[in-house]
Design a protein around this ligand. Structure first.
Ligand SMILES: NC(=O)c1ccc[n+]([C@@H]2O[C@H](COP(=O)([O-])OP(=O)(O)OC[C@H]3O[C@@H](n4cnc5c(N)ncnc54)[C@H](OP(=O)(O)O)[C@@H]3O)[C@@H](O)[C@H]2O)c1
Length: 339
């Protein structure tokens, strides 16, 4: 099989796990990586990822990285479409297919229609594709949910629930999610937008509605902190008693004035300590109902890296344009000799 050459933008948690996974597969090679973080420049990507040196130095310069001949650019930097758009455009201009884990890119039309149209036209003109994907959004309540509806006669209502341990996300992400704040700081951060909670359910809802032929009228949301009764410390941040150790987010998408799709997302730095067990659940109501629970829940770090890696061949073979995971042939794992 021909080797697939990959460039990475962003060498945080996702970038490092993607490095570990692709390095263990013989048909992929990461040719270069770039990061805005000046402390990473000049470091060996393999060493950063906790594996053997790969002889690939991280650069701080996007243009230097993008002149390397490659097939795919993976952008794992931020959650926001407008922020990753610079990388998406640059990758496409260099003739690369682009995959990003930015949650807003999982269904980009929800955030910015003109920008989505521009990216669609640009990628079509260059005969490459752009895909926003990950675990959530991207897999659990998108690819997996839609696959599960493959055995449904109709879909009257969808309910999903995810309980997740967020302690392994970087300090930047845990803080942005809303961890380690007093209740007042949490409320103020939610108001200003510096605390977002999980981003991605509206994107999963919009994709499900589009594929299942429903028009979402609006999405109602609630976002409550879970105040820690004791201190927690993880490899990235500490939480004191009285600060936020987690949160519960509920989202409901309405069709014809009625709830059609709803999600409950429970995130905590130590879910079992507060009585929650990590798991993912999907319930599809209709003539032929289906309930499924995945235990112990999809691992956010390993699952995201796997979904990104397993989508690479799919994106290369997909039609050009701005795509969602529903436009791809089924992404699946590949046997690897090195694991
Ligand atoms: N769809 C999904 O299921 C899914 C799953 C996992 C992650 N994600 C998203 O993917 C993104 C990356 O996740 P991660 O765990 O790798 O995050 P991370 O560990 O915080 O690493 C992100 C890296 O990108 C850099 N960065 C942050 N904002 C940037 C920007 N605006 N432009 C350029 N570089 C930027 C950071 O630099 P500094 O070190 O200088 O901050 C850091 O090196 C996050 O937004 C996360 O929410 C999505």
């Amino acid at each position: 099989m021909t080797e697939i050459k990959v460039i990475l933008s962003g060498v945080g948690g996702v970038g490092r796990n993607v490095t570990r996974l692709l390095s263990a597969r013989q048909d992929f090679r990461i040719v270069t990586a770039y990061s805005r973080n000046p402390t990473l420049a000049g470091q060996d990507l393999g060493v950063l990822a906790g594996i053997e040196p790969l002889g690939v130095e991280v650069t701080g310069n996007r243009e230097v990285a993008l002149v390397e001949p490659a097939d795919v650019l993976i952008v794992a930097t931020t959650s926001f479409l407008r922020e990753v758009a610079v990388d998406l455009r640059a990758g496409v201009e260099h003739g690369l297919n682009v995959i990003t884990t930015a949650e807003e890119a999982a269904f980009p039309w929800l955030t910015d229609v003109p920008l989505s149209e521009e990216l669609d036209q640009l990628s079509q003109a260059r005969q490459v594709s752009i895909l926003g994907v990950g675990l959530n959004p991207g897999f659990i309540f998108d690819a997996l949910l839609l696959t599960a509806t493959g055995v449904a006669w109709d879909v009257q209502r969808i309910q999903v629930r995810r309980v997740v341990d967020i302690s392994r996300f970087s300090a930047t992400i845990q803080r942005r999610l809303g961890i380690g704040f007093s209740q007042a700081e949490f409320e103020a951060g939610v108001k200003t937008g510096s605390i977002t909670g999980h981003i991605g359910f509206p994107q999963s809802f919009a994709l499900a509605a589009k594929c299942l032929g429903r028009t979402l009228e609006r999405i109602e949301k609630t976002f409550e902190p879970l105040i820690a009764e004791r201190a927690y410390i993880n490899q990235h941040i500490g939480v004191e008693a009285g600060q936020t150790g987690g949160f519960i987010q509920r989202s409901t998408g309405l069709v014809n004035g009625q709830p059609w799709i709803s999600a409950e997302f429970v995130a905590h730095v130590d879910p079992p300590a507060v009585g929650f067990t990590p798991a993912d659940a999907i319930s599809i109501e209709g003539y032929n109902p289906l309930d499924m629970t995945i235990r112990p829940g999809c691992n956010p770090q390993l699952g995201t890296a796997a979904m990104v890696a397993n989508c690479i061949p799919r994106v290369i073979e997909a039609r050009p344009g701005l795509l969602t995971v529903a436009d791809l042939a089924l992404p699946h794992a590949r046997f690897s000799l090195n694991f």
